[in-house]
Design a protein around this ligand. Structure first.
Ligand code: F6P
Length: 335
């Protein structure tokens, strides 16, 4: 029987054999993965644990928070606050970054997360997930770490030292990059461990599948409209081949599909969402790093996502990612 590699074994090999991560980063990733298991269990219980519906509060973007948004945020905060490897945390669900309380040891990393992506899908039993990104806390000239305030987090996506996401779907899958490709782990519910099931994910360069919210079509900019019009014209149009469409409306599920069999995922800017809809720091940057590590590409139409200099923690951005040749085509239409 083939020996299965667990997430722990994978991380130890990245630390000891490849020297890609240090012990602190390894522990941090293990803690995040453990929190994801806890969230997975709660998502799975659904209505049985009174987990569905609104929490009665709203987040910094004015969106109504679901009970599971709030709970997932708490699970991630509680799991990560005391480990000694973080200087601060920032969450899509919190207005400001949270420095590690002074009664806990502080470490060198900054953690950002979207605790429950796609949460509008919870009540209708469609896949949701958690996305995270890890940065280093900048240092002062003296060599000491700087105050982990909002400014410390505003680093381009190229500075991420690790990124990943979990999808709570028919199976719970944890996708991770620490800089040597993108790898997927499936939660074995009998042993409660993540097992390496998708090593060295590669996104095919070409695709005939696109993902976009078509209801925004009348508000798109010309280059995106042109691209989708050509996909819809299929074999009768300029592309000379038919395209298929998928839209789960959970970025985690849509991106996992792109990683699994190729495709292009787009949430472009439009006349209503002039800066795009997705968040640069919690969604676009970690997903862009993972997709690039899997051989794909990610752009906002004009600039590679990972090169964007963030202006604010909750900044929104247009996202076009996936199979390289299609992403490049959309970028060329923007020129
Ligand atoms: O940002 C949250 C999110 O739910 C993403 O996961 C998803 O891709 C997108 O919003 C769905 O947007 P819409 O509701 O416009 O389809």
């Amino acid at each position: 029987m083939q020996r299965r590699i667990t997430l722990t074994q994978f991380l130890v090999s990245r630390q000891k054999e490849k020297s890609l991560i240090n012990a602190d980063l390894r522990l941090l990733i293990e803690t995040i993965a453990r929190a994801c298991k806890g969230i997975s269990t709660r998502v799975n219980k659904g209505a049985l644990a009174d987990g569905l519906g609104l929490a009665g509060s709203s987040n910094v973007q004015g969106e109504a928070q679901k009970k599971l948004d709030v709970l997932s945020n708490e699970i991630l905060l509680e799991a990560n606050e005391w480990g000694g490897n973080l200087a601060a945390l920032a969450s899509e669900e919190m207005d400001n970054p949270r420095p590690i309380p002074t009664h806990y040891p502080r470490g060198e990393y900054l953690l950002l997360f979207d605790p429950l992506d796609g949460s509008s899908n919870i009540d209708v039993n469609i896949s949701v997930g958690t996305i995270f990104s890890v940065l280093r806390c900048p240092k002062l000239d003296s060599g000491a770490y700087c105050e982990p305030d909002e400014k410390a987090f505003l680093q381009p996506g190229t500075s991420q030292v690790a990124a990943g996401f979990a999808v709570y779907g028919p199976t719970t899958v944890f996708v991770l990059t620490v800089g040597d490709g993108a790898h997927g782990f499936t939660l074995d519910r009998e042993t409660y461990t993540f097992v390496l099931t998708h090593p060295g994910i590669l996104v095919p360069e070409d695709t005939q599948e696109f993902a976009i919210n078509m209801s925004n079509m009348r508000r798109w900019e010309a280059p995106v409209k042109r691209y989708i019009d050509e996909c819809l014209a299929g074999s009768d149009g300029a592309r000379g081949k038919d395209f298929n469409m998928r839209w789960v409306a959970s970025m985690v599920a849509d991106v996992f599909r792109v990683l699994s069999r190729g495709g292009i995922f787009m949430y472009p800017r439009d006349a209503k969402n002039r800066d795009g809809r997705l968040r640069l720091m919690y969604e676009a940057n970690p997903m862009a790093l993972i997709v690039e590590q899997a051989g794909g590409a990610a752009t906002d139409g004009r600039t590679r996502i990972l090169d964007l200099q963030p202006q604010g923690l909750h900044q929104r951005v247009a996202v076009i990612l996936g199979s390289k040749n299609e992403v490049d085509r959309v970028a060329n239409y923007h020129k």
